[in-house]
Design a binder for this molecule. Structure first.
Ligand code: UGA
Length: 439
């Protein structure tokens, strides 16, 4: 497993937990040291226990810059390195290319057949036109004959990564050739036996596009329901929550990813939508729908600040409580977290901010440093504030009662950015605004 980020580590631990011997490699010394100590470098429910077990029973090894050694010791190599965005939004393939060079060098030294499966999210054409030539040039061997190549995208979500790994909706296998596809298919059939998920066999390029198309559709659902939410807010008596519930019962629409809120964040949707737009434009087509999805998502978090202004007037000197910093619950990841533009705007308008998150506080401190205050608990965060914004829907925030707000805040103004409270109950006790709720 090349790369022990979310995808790499969760997949590696998943294989090790089923008895496979896994050798992982990563260039980040600190990350590898943590993994070897049985400490995941990021928060993921259930991962620590499984990781500790895999390290203890010797089924998971982790090396620093050990790609060549890992390839020599194993039969199949998964590439799960990061594919960040360049400043113009297009994909940065430097880590994928570096991994391909190292793997190619190792294959040169091997006599046995070796399969390479790309899990990193890469734009259509990358595996065929960039990775394959690097592997062939470095190894001096022929793809499809001496070694195999697959594109096997990953669909796991942060916060439920282990469950998603052990129970995926589908497995997508883009294969360079029949032997490559058969090799990875056998691996997955053994891994998932007796309940093998649906397997979709495609070309390398189509597999790459399936990943982007899936994330683009999910992001489109979110921006779509946020658009309905924005319409609801203009119409007295309208409520996006009821609209979404009813829409979701239509089998053609489905109930998932219809939670209106402050928009999508994280390391995947924002980056992948940008990369797909850039890739599509490079092929000569401007995907206007995706540009709109992105534009809607950019303005959506700032709605929280607009609500603040509506409730408090001028924000100069006002004290705002922020509950939730992570980009979603059950993670400490703050990449593209919605809270960042919200806090920046609040500070710009002269407000002071106190924030609390069950686990993302250490990460938040590296981002906001001393620009905001940090509270040790949700209740403490509310003390003497003029307005509270729910930014992330952590389970513990759902338990807060109207009295928790009225007793602790200077003036009880609440903005439900993730629709976790019953408006009827809260409106009776305080000034309450929520995404997608008409007056
Ligand atoms: C997403 C996809 O869901 C995974 O299938 C994919 O494998 C992954 O990206 C990836 O490309 O690696 P993830 O970013 O972990 O997974 O999290 P999601 O649960 O999809 O949430 C993304 C963002 O959308 C969060 O900020 C969340 O709050 C927001 N969201 C989600 C909404 O605003 N409304 C919803 O109804 C659902």
């Amino acid at each position: 497993m090349i790369g022990v980020g979310y995808v790499g580590l969760c997949t590696a631990v998943g294989f090790a937990s089923k008895g496979y011997s896994v050798t992982a490699s990563d260039s980040a010394t600190e990350k590898v040291a943590k993994v070897l100590d049985g400490i995941p470098p990021f928060h993921e429910p259930g991962l620590q226990e499984m990781l500790k077990k895999s390290i203890r029973n010797g089924l998971l090894q982790c090396l620093v810059n050990g790609t060549e050694e890992a390839v020599l010791k194993t039969d199949i190599t998964f590439v799960a390195v990061g594919t960040p965005s360049k400043p113009d939004g297009s994909i940065d393939l430097q880590f994928v290319e570096a991994a391909a060079h190292d793997i190619g060098k190792a294959i040169k030294q091997k006599n046995e057949y070796h399969l390479i499966a790309v899990k990193s999210t890469v734009i259509p054409g990358t595996t065929q036109n960039i990775i394959k030539p690097i592997l062939e040039n470095e190894s001096g061997k022929k793809c499809g004959q001496d070694f195999g190549l697959c594109m096997n995208p990953e669909f796991l979500r942060q916060g439920s990564a282990l469950a998603d790994t052990s129970n995926p909706d589908r497995i997508v296998m883009g294969g360079n050739d029949k032997k490559s596809t058969a090799t990875i298919e056998n691996l997955y059939k053994n891994f998932y036996a007796p309940k093998v998920p649906p397997i979709i066999r495609t070309s390398l390029t189509t597999a790459e596009l399936i990943k982007y198309a899936s994330n683009a559709m999910l992001a489109t659902k979110i921006s779509s329901i946020n658009t309905i939410a924005n319409i609801c807010e203009k119409i007295p008596g309208a409520d996006v929550k009821a609209v979404a519930e009813a829409m979701g019962l239509d089998k053609r629409i489905g109930p998932l990813f219809l939670d209106a809120g402050l928009g999508y964040g994280g390391s995947c949707f924002p980056k992948d939508i940008k990369a797909l737009i850039a890739c599509s434009k490079a092929f000569g087509y401007t995907p206007e729908l995706l540009e709109s999805v992105e534009a809607i998502n950019k303005t959506q978090p700032l709605k929280a600040v607009q609500f603040c202004r509506e409730l408090l007037g001028n924000l100069e000197g006002k004290h705002i409580a922020i509950l939730g910093l992570a980009f979603k619950p059950d993670t400490d990841d703050m990449r593209e977290a919605r809270v960042v533009p919200i806090v920046n705007q609040l500070l710009k308008e002269g407000a002071s901010v106190t924030a609390y998150d069950p686990i993302a506080m250490p990460v938040a401190k590296t981002i906001f440093q001393s620009k905001i205050q940090y509270a040790p608990s949700a209740i403490n965060c509310l003390k003497n504030t003029d307005c509270c914004i729910i930014v992330t829907e952590w389970a513990e925030f759902k338990k807060l009662t109207p009295e928790d707000f009225t007793k602790n805040m200077k003036q009880p103004n609440l903005i439900d950015g993730r629709r976790i409270y019953n408006p009827e109950t809260f409106r009776k006790k305080m000034k309450f605004a929520a995404i997608g709720l008409g007056n």
